[in-house]
Design a protein around this ligand. Sequence first.
Ligand SMILES: CC/C=C\C=C\CC(=O)SCCNC(=O)CCNC(=O)[C@H](O)C(C)(C)COP(=O)(O)OP(=O)(O)OC[C@H]1O[C@@H](n2cnc3c(N)ncnc32)[C@H](O)[C@@H]1OP(=O)(O)O
Length: 361
Amino acid sequence: MSDRTAEIKLSEQELKKLAVQKILEETKQASIRVQHEGVFGWLPRKKAVNKKFLNNTLIAKLSDVVSTGIMRSLSTNTSNNQTHLKQYETLSLSVPQPFVYHVELNKPSKRNAISHTMWLEIKNCFETLSEDENCRSVVLSGSGPFFCAGIDLQCFMDIGQNFKETDDVVRKCKTLYQTIKLYQQSLTAIEKCVKPVLSAVQGGCIGGAISMICAADLRYCTSDAWFQIKEIDIGMAVDIGAIQRLPKIVGSGSLVRELLFTGRKLLAEEAKECGLVSKIFNSKEEMIENSIKIASEIASKSPVAVQTCKKNLLYSQDHSVDDGLEHIAILNQTMLQSEDLMIALMASVTKSKESPVFSKL
Ligand SMILES: CC/C=C\C=C\CC(=O)SCCNC(=O)CCNC(=O)[C@H](O)C(C)(C)COP(=O)(O)OP(=O)(O)OC[C@H]1O[C@@H](n2cnc3c(N)ncnc32)[C@H](O)[C@@H]1OP(=O)(O)O
């Protein structure tokens, strides 16, 4: 037996002795605890958690994930402004901040009234932005002094023109049904866009434009803004979303009915009071600047977290609390495994002054 083996044997014996001593000591302590706590006193006591140690371990473990995440982000985060922007006839698109898209209804000479082309382009635009990994939030506004005058009245003329092609009621119904469904889908594309949509209203917001902003996530306006569910004055019931969405936004069924049945104007202050808008600004410039700022803050957060919030908000809107909870549990069993969680957690734990960088989604 070498000296070295003897040395180890000796320390093993020593270790055994120490272990026995430790067990006896713990047993003695436990027997004292049993007198006060009953049978649970036999359970060994856990040492107090060393928070600093935990913190450091967490940081060390996460830094690997983060550095690979950041590297991947850096390699894909080409300047957002260079992204090829889709061209539309009735909408104007810009990217005022990284990952923030600004969609403007762009027919100011017609008070941004929604023509057939604009209905189609809104649908296409928001479906595209929902998929676009360069987009994380959207500001929706109207160019010129007026947000939107509702449906372009020419649409009704066009429908009338189509009617001339047949006398048959079923065929006429088909034309109308398809048109209504298309316009509904156009605004639903705003609601279903997984990137939060902030609507910003200046001047008037009439008829179909109210249904439009009801499909957005956030609503702001200027102090000169007014809102009017004008459909009643043109002899029709709203059929593109305000009846379904407005009561869930303002809460007062009485007010919603008053606005629907009378078509009276709702001014900015009252719109804020009832919850239709959450902020009022003094001017359009201030409103757009602040909307972009808030959109930019949203864009700085984990896209996984933001998009999951929006999906679950949307789902929960039309389901029971239990169903909504099940939906988020199923979503988050996947989302919580994303690198985004680690990256955000790391920035939070280290109180980093730099915003965390997330990969595109
Ligand atoms: C299947 C059905 C689906 C959806 C249905 C939706 C229903 C609705 O949206 S109901 C609401 C319909 N909209 C209106 O009734 C608004 C009518 N317009 C106005 O009341 C006013 O024009 C105004 C919006 C209050 C603006 O007034 P002002 O600033 O004084 O400008 P004007 O000189 O009146 O208008 C400038 C220019 O814009 C044209 N225009 C305005 N609104 C519409 C519109 N909705 N459709 C088509 N064109 C509109 C107006 O004709 C003027 O055009 P010019 O060529 O300069 O004459």
